[in-house]
Design a protein around this ligand. Structure first.
Ligand SMILES: [Zn+2]
Ligand SMILES: [Zn+2]
Length: 286
């Protein structure tokens, strides 16, 4: 069912081909993505050559706003991904991604968050001549691209970090490892997966699922004012232990809210779980 927007065009500021991943879910709501070709690299890059100038939440909204300003549209979307080792399970790579929908017609900003291990992110320091094959296999060349930079770069901030991006050929990676190692303070090069969406089908697939969740959220009207976009904004912890009833750190209820009128509702967990396994209990399993 089409959403109540007089102009269905949504600005997406990107150089990195995210529109194909996000467009189908939004098209089902009658919304059309208009790609605005502005360079958002000034708001930070995965390669680390430009640092992000704020929190992921601030930056993703700023990206959407820049697309809207450049196009004159009243709707905008943007994404902001982060990759690194999982802070809890150090051996697994973690992908977190925010997708925002800024709506100046109703006056609201919706942010959907993804966190998962469904990523090819890997980062390894290597010496020229090292066997690159295990890392290249983890990255998924040639379907996914790699990037190479100096492992330690101690020059002043005025000198940009050199990064070879978008490499899909093993020989080109080996050559870049040699070149970047020679420019590194410790003689090592850092080989990583290139996380830019247009060279990373795994990230594109995650973006498509995020787009689907945004579409579901926008298709949910507020029960009070019927603005689109009613949904989960937070959670209440304290799911009771199955044995003793003590509050655990697990989610007890989801908090759903409207970004337009402020209406809030507490709802049970989407998975129907009403008690926590005693393994999570501070009393039964301290
Ligand atoms: Zn207990
Ligand atoms: Zn409302």
């Amino acid at each position: 069912m089409p959403l109540p927007y007089p102009d269905p065009r949504v600005a997406l500021a990107t150089l990195h081909g995210k529109a194909d991943a996000l467009a189908p879910a939004l098209a089902a709501l009658g919304l059309q993505i208009e790609t605005v070709a502005i360079d958002t690299d000034a708001l930070g890059t995965f390669a680390g050559d430009i640092e992000r100038p704020g929190t992921a939440h601030e930056v993703v909204i700023e990206k959407a706003r820049r697309g809207m300003a450049a196009s004159g549209l009243k709707l905008g979307i943007a994404t902001e991904g982060s990759f690194g080792p999982d802070p809890l399970l150090g051996f697994l790579p973690l992908h977190t991604e925010l997708l925002t929908f800024v709506d100046d017609i109703h006056g609201q900003t919706v942010v959907i968050e993804h966190a998962g291990h469904d990523t090819n992110w890997v980062s390894k320091a290597l010496r020229p001549g090292d066997d690159l094959q295990p890392v290249l296999a983890a990255i998924g060349l040639p379907g996914h691209a790699a990037l190479v930079k100096p492992n330690r770069w101690a020059l002043p901030a005025s000198e940009p970090l050199p990064v070879a991006k978008g490499l899909i050929d093993a020989a080109a990676v080996a050559e870049a490892v040699e070149r970047m190692a020679a420019r590194s303070d410790d003689g090592l090069a850092r080989l990583e997966a290139d996380m830019r969406a247009h060279v990373n089908p795994t990230r594109l697939a995650a973006l498509a699922r995020l787009g689907q969740r945004l579409a579901e959220r926008l298709a949910t009207p507020c029960p009070r004012c019927s603005a689109p976009g009613f949904g989960r904004i937070d959670a209440q912890l304290g799911l009771p232990c199955e044995l003793c009833g003590e509050a655990t750190d697990l989610v007890r209820a989801e908090i759903h809210a409207c970004g337009v009128c402020g209406h809030r509702e507490n709802r049970p967990r989407a998975d129907g779980l009403s008690v926590a396994d005693a393994g999570h209990c501070p009393e039964c399993n301290p």
